[in-house]
Design a protein around this ligand. Sequence first.
Ligand code: DX5
Ligand code: ZN
Length: 228
Amino acid sequence: MTFDRRVKIAPSILSADFANFGAECQAIEAQGADWVHVDVMDGHFVPNITFGPATCAAIRPHIKGIMDVHLMIAPVDPYIDAFATAGADVITAHLEATPHIHRSLQAIRATGAKAGLALNPGTPASAAEPLLDMVDLVCVMTVNPGFGGQKFIASQIAKVAQLRAMIGDRPIHIEIDGGVDPVTAPLVAQAGADVLVAGSAVFRGGSVHNPEVYGANIRNIRAAAEAG
Ligand code: DX5
Ligand code: ZN
């Protein structure tokens, strides 16, 4: 996995057809997705349940590129190896999900996966500072995690700019997750984000039988971000 700061669009399969993940992943990649974002929820850390490592392993062969696994689970440590074995390229854990986030990030890197650190909207950028040398990605949640289709929280834009300044030349991605669409994408790209997760704004109006809509949605988000 090579590092660059170009805008990358990472559709979240939370908005895909859950009965058809394999075909959905193939469709979004064929339509221009850079990464595939996989939202794991436990009904405990967040008020919603999705799926676990077995589903990640099942969809892995249908993804040619990066499988970006966002763990919204607590505890996280007992499951890190299982998600790495399932083929995750990036494993992101929430700072708020454990009193021992340093240990969780170490455990992720020990598997060979890239380590991501996710911050809820109420967590300040400064909380990430002592951890930056242990991470490959910081995920700024621009909604409260748990559901797709929520409204973008604009106060997070300043946090992205703070993180971008803190990161400097280090090869660390800034990912935005929640409410990304052609209106909000330029705001976060301008502030320094390079990985844009988008669920509803990518899958809206399309299907595996009508995948060109995914392509148009991805192009619109990318063009807006690059213009920003
Ligand atoms: C929220 C998830 C997001 C979500 C984004 O907890 O982590 O990845 O699917 O969905 P949209 O783009 O619809 O806000
Ligand atoms: Zn996510």
